[in-house]
Design a protein around this ligand. Sequence first.
Ligand code: URA
Length: 441
Amino acid sequence: MRMYDIIAKKRDGGTLTEAEIDFAIRGYVAGEIPDYQMSALLMAIYLRGMTDAETAVLTDVMARSGDMVDLSSIPGVKVDKHSTGGVGDKTTLVIVPIVAACGLSVAKMSGRGLGHTGGTIDKMEAVPGTRTTLTQQEFFAQVNRIGLAVIGQSGQIAVADKKLYALRDVTATVGCIPLIASSIMSKKLAAGSDAILLDVTMGTGAFMQNLEDAIELARLMVSIGTAHGRKVAALITDMDKPLGHNIGNAMEVAESMAVLQGRGPADLTEVCLQLAANMLVLGGKGSLTACRAMAERALSDGTAFAKCCQMFEAQGGDISVLQDPDRFPRAKYCYDLVVREGAGYITANDVEKIGNASVLLGAGRLKKEDPIDFAAGIELHKKLGDAVKPGDVLCTFYASDPALFAAAEEMYRSGLVISDRRPAEPPLVYARVTADGVERF
Ligand code: URA
């Protein structure tokens, strides 16, 4: 078999066989196929697409390119969740404790920030002392003892995805539904949970920019997971506005703790409750209505917050900052961005640009090896659709160096439109996709 022929077949719109996909991926991981040939194949896939059967094979080969975690030593149903990425998306820190407080086990591997989007592991490390690398023994023992653990993804999970993602990132081939579906599902299948809830984000801060694409991505991932014997469902959630008000690692932890203590922003709380209720349904805890009530109770009676503190404590974190977020180290400088235009409504507020502005302030990485400033970030006072007038404060920037404010402001304002047109309020959740079909809200 020759990689040249596989590339040419996909370039001409052909359907690759299992043997061809296996040859290409294994050869690439083994270093026998060079980046330039894999780049050509990725671009051919980007332009020609893949059938569902090809995507399922690709996912399987990628999942098996590294360790397949066996969670059978943890009794009961193990549930996982995955978000396709967002800005101010701190739902994992809320949902995982809710679900564990309701009696399901969560043995979760999470990622770091990528581009303009944040990552749970960076947020967790904003809590001083928190260990996000545990041995497999420690990981399993913690879940068996307290019902939850969230750690960084081991380098040995879906090794092919790691290599392919880095290549896609520099060859303009990230935004392709079969490639995204196989990338995400290979990691989720390898991570071993029985049930997986997917949060497919849609909007200016997400990979998916319209509902039909988001539903197609969700449908594909649900069908791949179901074919592998996992219970999988997806919610399509809005990312035309960041969730909550805070962007930046310590600030996002503080906001998640507010939700867990029943005093968080309404949008973030609602999305977390819907995601948690759906995870509980997948874990066999009952109907959606019963699971929603269970999730609400775990928030109102404090058991979810207590679970969260238990998890951080077990992983070495200083939980005094969870109980009193004023104890987080503060950014040295802050800067208010005020409305310079006339009175009107925020008609556009590009979420990718908001995320990029937070990266420029130090809350994310411009290069893989960059350190993160946990205290840096943005507090949003006005969001898409809000009425504003000259002099109103749109948001406050936080950074350790005031020289960072100018570029972040330029980035933020480049995605901002204020006009007399009030945009329609986007729903928080657009649709639910399960193995049985699509329910649109
Ligand atoms: N997240 C992933 O893990 N992979 C993708 O391809 C896109 C988002």
